[in-house]
Design a protein around this ligand. Structure first.
Ligand SMILES: *Cc1c(COP(=O)(O)O)cnc(C)c1O
Length: 390
């Protein structure tokens, strides 16, 4: 007999996936319908409407790409970049670097402006690079999950305007946690993933495209290198033709519908406030324990917190103890920050006051096991003060 799968219930406070509501899990277990069933087609229309609300846009081309966040990234790049295109990527973390790699693989002449992991992009450096390479597309990551940095979008948009470049933004760890404001900030191409602040399992990548970007797509001279992610073809299925391209992941779309319904029921403003407040409580607790945040206050994400690992503490041992004794998952550092920070996610369903308090308690115990001392309960007390204070 094959054993059945019964994973231990975990509290997911890493860089994703985040906790998923029972409502979403239940939606995934509904009976399948065909991908051309009228009920499914009507569900797709409703998902598009929901996505427009969450992205804060009226863009017609707003869909859920099949695949995880990286499929969204790939669709955003391969459709709007042709061989020889001049592109500029701001890379202040692993995901910015991945975007640059995607650009190069698509045949773009890609200029990369780097910034230290933990800092936002240097706008003057971006402006100077743009003046030299005259980019047709500028790409940045709004929420760098590898570093915990929130990148201001407005100054990047200004540079785009100076060169008539399309603005491409990764919102994988911001959509549903921070305002993305596609129309207000005039973002041309933006993608996300279901498994971060949307609190849906990994498997779909919301994507939205402005009219200007759509024009560029239509005037492409070469076919998109990816058949699977070719938006001109995918659009025929999401649009009025309903032409078969690939079979939509039906159950994942059920899940996305339900998770977006939860978000819209809560309301975007209330959701942003919740994410901000729980983040501030966590920071207050971390600092009360004598630990330090890796990112300066002005640029901290509410959804992903990087905590500097104190001297003499064994990174892996702490994370293993959190998982085995508390069923609590956090992330380690990525790339240049490996071994230097913990990444604590407060995304979607995981962004709860009780999770902040439980994490601070558990972390204190794990640190104490390695001889790190701080006043007992100091983190929990400081976080409670913030949670009660507002
Ligand atoms: C997680 C993440 C991705 C990739 O998403 P996957 O679901 O892992 O494919 C891309 N960009 C950012 C900023 C991310 O956090």
């Amino acid at each position: 007999m094959n054993e059945r799968i019964y994973p231990t219930p975990r509290l997911l406070m890493g860089p994703g996936p985040s906790d998923v509501s029972p409502r979403v899990l239940a939606a995934m277990s509904r009976p399948l319908v065909g991908h051309l069933d009228p009920e499914f087609l009507s569900l797709m229309n409703r998902i598009q409407d929901q996505l427009r609300k969450v992205f804060q846009t009226s863009n017609q081309l707003t869909i859920a790409v099949s695949g995880t966040g990286s499929a969204g990234m790939e669709a955003a790049v391969v459709n709007f970049v042709e061989p020889g295109y001049r592109t500029l990527v701001g890379a202040n973390g692993v995901f910015g670097q991945r975007l640059a790699e995607e650009m190069r693989r698509s045949g773009a002449e890609c200029t990369v402006v780097e910034a230290p992991f933990g800092e936002p992009l240097d706008i003057e450096a971006m402006r100077k690079a743009a003046a030299e390479c005259r980019p047709q597309v500028i790409a940045v990551v709004q929420a760098e999950t590898s570093t915990g940095v929130l990148q201001p979008i407005e100054p990047i948009r200004e540079i785009c305007d100076e060169h008539d470049a399309l603005l491409l933004v990764d919102a994988v760890t911001s959509l549903g946690g921070h305002p993305v404001e596609i129309d207000k900030r005039r973002i041309d191409i933006c993608y996300s993933g279901t498994q971060k602040c949307l609190s849906c399992p990994p498997g779909l990548a919301p994507l939205t495209v402005s009219e200007a970007a759509l024009e560029r797509l239509k005037s492409r001279k070469t076919p998109c290198q990816s058949w699977y992610l070719d938006l001109k073809l995918v659009m025929n299925y999401w649009g009025e033709n309903r032409a078969y391209h690939h079979t939509a992941p039906i159950s994942m779309n059920f899940a996305l519908y339900e998770s977006l319904a939860i978000i819209l029921d809560e309301g975007l403003e209330a959701r942003f406030t919740r994410h901000r407040k729980n983040h501030l409580a966590l920071v207050s607790g971390i600092e009360a324990m004598g630990l330090k945040m890796h990112v300066a206050p002005l640029y901290r994400l509410w959804t992903l917190n990087t905590v500097a690992i104190p001297e003499g503490i064994d990174d892996l041992k702490v994370r293993k103890q959190l998982l085995s004794e508390y069923n609590l998952e956090i992330g380690g550092g990525l790339g240049a920050l490996a071994g230097k920070v913990w990444r604590v996610g407060l995304m979607g369903e995981s962004s709860r006051a009780r999770n902040v308090l439980f994490f601070l308690y558990a972390l204190e115990r794990c640190l104490a096991a390695q001889g790190y001392s701080c006043a007992a309960g100091s983190g929990v007390a400081a976080a409670s003060a913030v949670l009660e204070g507002q």
